[in-house]
Design a protein around this ligand. Structure first.
Ligand SMILES: *Cc1c(COP(=O)(O)O)cnc(C)c1O
Length: 391
């Protein structure tokens, strides 16, 4: 009997992460997915095909990653792109000029830039709304509203949006719910199971996990999205390359271990920051006193590894960014190395000042992507950097 190298959905998530959709190569028995570094594929004859033709459309390494993503996010299909922005741009191809989308106001600055600087000029319209307040979301529904696009936890203020209720709102209106699930990863949160129609990821972050490649994903659970999204992926050419697909496949194998460690480190460091005299306020959804802690528990299995905090003194920002040494002052998140970001000029630099300030992104806000180092080393590094302060 021919061996079928296929996992079933009955396996626990931790196991699926390690083994992926196809746990070994059926031809050679290779335990990891081969990197099919080929742009094109030979056909045996006219109207005959191996299923592969040209790597912009389909590539076996990417296909294995796409199937794995669908499996771990609980969807029917996954599509891999060269970056998170490539995935988000492709999702907009499901809509048409004249359509309106409600978008979380407190979100990744690159998404704001893409929607505002590009798609608005092509006739789409967007309302930027604090989606953690469902009354505001509802008040912004228009006859032409076709989707709600949310990040939860939000970036960088860690507000939680009720995925189930957003789904109900937009479904009653005849539209779709899109969730950017980058911050929690499929290990902690599966929006499709809560009523979302489409999930996007910057795979650059926790999924790849090692700050070594860019990638982006769309996962969905509805056949009506499949053809238009595949067509966008093939036509626009932002599909993920085979070597990068392989790096993400390797990263995913340890996602469970990494997320647990990111989270336990984050909780400890968030508590330490909260006690620090130079820190005014810490935002972490894993705090039981976070205003939406119960909501977070009701829709996610964890609270992740991202923390943001206000310093009391704005002048400390430059000092701390210069003086951290183990922690790297760099944009991005979700990798094994701890990264400190200043959202005002980095991730949220593209957002206009008034909108940024109303979301809470002030000149005293810092964001920490807590890595998997020993927590006492991260704390010692912060402690040393804080000690150079101006007061
Ligand atoms: C980084 C990020 C993106 C963009 O992803 P890239 O891989 O950098 O293109 C989108 N959404 C969130 C929440 C992100 O953190």
């Amino acid at each position: 009997m021919k061996e079928e190298p296929h996992c079933t959905g009955r396996l626990a998530l931790e196991t699926l992460l390690v083994h992926g959709a196809t746990p070994f190569d059926p031809v050679t028995g290779a335990v990891t997915t081969p990197i099919y570094q080929s742009s094109t594929f030979r056909h045996p004859g006219l109207y005959e095909s191996t299923g592969y033709d040209y790597s912009r459309s389909i590539n076996p390494t990417r296909t294995e990653l796409e199937r794995t993503l669908a499996l771990i996010e609980g969807g029917r299909s996954g599509l891999a792109f060269a970056s998170g922005m490539g995935a988000i741009s492709s999702i907009i191809k499901l809509f048409k000029p004249g359509d309106h989308l409600i978008v979380s106001a407190d979100l990744y600055g690159g998404t704001y830039r893409l929607f505002h600087e590009y798609y608005e000029h092509y006739g789409f319209s967007f309302s930027w709304v604090d989606s953690s307040d469902l009354n505001l979301v509802e008040a912004n529904l228009r006859p032409e509203t076709k989707a709600i696009f949310i990040e939860t936890p939000s970036n960088p203020m860690m507000k939680i949006t009720d995925i189930r209720r957003c789904g109900e709102l937009i479904h009653n209106h005849g539209g779709y719910l899109i969730v950017d699930n980058t911050f929690l990863s499929p290990y902690f949160q599966n929006p499709l199971k809560l009523g979302a129609d489409l999930v996007v990821h910057s795979g650059t972050k926790y999924l790849a996990g090692h700050n070594d490649t860019l990638s982006g994903f769309i996962v969905h659970d509805n056949d009506i999205f499949e053809e238009p999204l595949r067509n966008a992926q093939k036509s626009e050419g932002a599909a993920l390359a085979p070597l990068d697909a392989w790096l993400v496949l390797r990263g995913i194998k340890t996602l469970a271990l990494r997320m647990e460690r990111h989270q336990s480190n984050a909780l400890r460091i968030a508590r330490w920051l909260q006690e620090h005299p130079q820190v005014e306020q810490v935002f972490y959804p894993g705090f039981t006193e976070h205003p939406q802690y119960q909501l977070s528990c009701s829709q996610a299995r964890g609270h992740g590894g991202m923390i943001s905090f206000y310093l009391k003194n704005r002048d400390d920002v430059a000092v701390i960014l210069r003086k951290v040494s183990l922690i790297l002052f760099a944009e991005s998140l979700g990798g094994v190395e701890s990264l400190l970001t200043y959202p005002l000029v980095q991730t949220h630099g593209a957002i206009p000042e008034a909108m940024r300030l109303s979301a809470g992104v002030t000149d005293r806000l810092m964001r920490l992507s807590v890595g998997i180092e020993a927590p006492e080393d991260i704390i010692a590094d912060l402690d040393a950097a804080f000690s150079y302060s101006t007061i």
